[in-house]
Ligand binder design. Sequence first.
Ligand code: 26V
Length: 816
Amino acid sequence: MTVGLEFDQLQSSADALRRSISNRLMYGVGKDAVTARPQDWLHAAALAVRDRLVQRWMVTTRRQYDQDAKRVYYLSMEFLIGRTFSNALLALGIYDQMKEALADVGIDMESLIDLEPDAALGNGGLGRLAACFLDSMATLGIPGFGYGIRYDYGMFRQRIVNGEQVEAPDYWLHAGNPWEFPRPEVQYPVHFGGRTVQRDDHVEWIDTQHVNAMAYDTVIPGYATDATNTLRLWSARADEELDLSAFNKGDYQGAVETRNESENVSRLLYPDDSTMAGRELRLRQEYFFVSATMQDLIRRYLRTHSTFGRFSEKVAVHLNDTHPVLAIPELLRLLVDVHHLPWAEAMGHIRRVFSYTNHTLMPEALETWDLELLARLLPRHLQIIFDINAAFLTEASDQGAHDLDLIRRISLVDEFGHRRVRMAYLAIVASHTVNGVSKLHSQLMQRDIFADFARLYPERFTNVTNGITPRRWLAQANPPLARLIDESVGTNWRRDLLELRGLRNLRGDAAFEAAFHAAKRCNKVRLVQRLTQRTGIAFDPDALFDMQVKRIHEYKRQLLNVLHVIVRYNRIRENPQSDWVPRVVLFAGKAASAYRMAKTIIKLINDVAEKVNSDPAVGGRLKVVFVPNYGVSVAELMIPAADLSEQISTAGTEASGTGNMKLALNGALTIGTLDGANIEIGESVGPEHIFIFGHTSDQVDALRASGYRPRQIYEDNAELRTALDQIRTGFFSPGDPARFLDIFHSLVDWGDHYLVMADFAAFIAAQEEVDRRFVDVAGWTASAIENVAGVGQFSSDRAISEYASDIWRVKPLDMG
Ligand code: 26V
């Protein structure tokens, strides 16, 4: 006789939450109210929230099985989740109740929120996009799984010491992670090395070494729905058997070392988003997580199906850039070598399940892997890649591509110099759909880097413009504006961001404009307070807050922004009596640790800041602030406070940008080039409400083709020359006058690859226009409102709906 399990039905009143927190503190954390530290309260409160998520999670999982739903596997090396606590509270609709419950026991919730470490398992845009997409998939009820790596060390913490970036390890798990469920029962071996042998009817991969991938699951709540999804991250565990043999030989120390070494594969996130470094450990990471994922996906499929006949009806696998592209040869290997499917049938499944998003046109960031490294680490996969290539090149020839030069260009193996596999080409050849992330990017992708493939398979290429989740980037980050919008057009914008269009009906409503302005000011005051606490710098909340927040990269042109700052500084000093519009120019962003120029740019920003901020002649009318340790939480603090959003990449380089969307949604006006999604943002908000300047991508091409001469611009433009000479001669670095010589030379003498000089004059003119517009408070506020009202289409819900219907062909789960 057994008795069924009985659960408490968890309620969401403040009383019920207080009871849950007390129980979790006592029985989960092992503390009482006397001994509990703030971290313990946070942990207990997080567990109380998690319990409520789990209820929904079970419901969703059950429905997925009952409905035999098609599932999306979103494979990404990066998930930049940030904090989970308030996000989950808002999703569950228990924010106020939790605040009350904690207040009842004498705890201030806002201060607890700040104790949670960011899950910073990503570099920048690509990783944050994956996190926004998880949020939208759950909210829309799309049965989706995020799959990635549970790095012990996430994105490094950035400190600024003497104006320079100093990196510190981010051991984000130090206090434990209340959001994850370890699944020691879900482990798969991942093999490396060894050799292949041809048996009668199949190939065997033998003499390998292996490490186990163990699953950790995190619940991803949908907003205001019972639907939830799972983020499954893999952590490396050495195999017990493996070290037994070493122990038996009496080599205890050796055994522990081997163990550690094999577990290194999930140790750290590579903090480089600029160059393809080609490190063996990185390749191991890529294979490690896709191998475990493909094994997991097959197991899940076979639990409810006895053959692979309906595989592609039930499975969609999405590759977030090429980093997980080894999933293709791995799935082929599993289907052919392990499950003994004929090659042609397996290849058919592959082509129906995979899709791939490209996120960059920069040649140095396109992945290629050395053939010899692949042969050593993954010999069977290299064979499979060769086989795919042979079949593909034959097919291409059959389609009339007899041109030897063309065949060489499209081959998956780059034969020029050291032979390398071009991972993007492998992704294209094996996927049914390839997309770019903004209209311009998708066009350029087809015209330039993938031109030959776009001619061969035009139907394969498409665009899905990126989006951001309004839950985190407006509801959570900007409470004053969210409240105002609720009062004006209702609360449903959280689920349908196009409803923000309703704000246009309030055009000319002076009371609404005043309230909007007040909300912005409130965010600016909050930012000033927090930065003054943290950095000691004080500044005026009524100044124009001009923000460039993103990774530091030459193509993003923080240098162009700095040049404007210097010119403005020089103008103020020359004309101190004039009516200067007060400005605070804020920068934030990390530089890849090996990217010398990016680090020098950070130092320049800080040296300029020191000079400008301490000059009494400026009288506080210009301030420069570098906010350290940019990440999701710092972004949530900064973005709502921006008046002006700097999106000034060289046209044709920024695939989409998503910070541009976040800033516009929070009522900042964009100053930007016609690049990435800026173009679509401009179309949506209207040309009067955005400051567009500079060369278009076609003009960039033409200028480069006609022989670009930056030194000429230097010689012709006196203000620019002065600014550059100040940089060159140590005006900002008197103790080390040669510090910025490379910056000077890269712009003036070494080709200025990103056309900073060519866009300088137009940028300064656009900034002058910004000043003129900002002094008209009502006019500026009206434009800011038009920005909020106009960017509804940049919701990640819209993006995910497009992926779901046009690429993955999945439907939302029926939640009854
Ligand atoms: C690049 C690389 C290069 C080689 C190996 C390691 C590694 C890791 C990360 C990256 C990231 C570069 C790609 C990226 O983040 N692209 C950004 O994607 C955003 C989302 O689509 C988009 O908005 C940005 O414009 C684009 O730069």
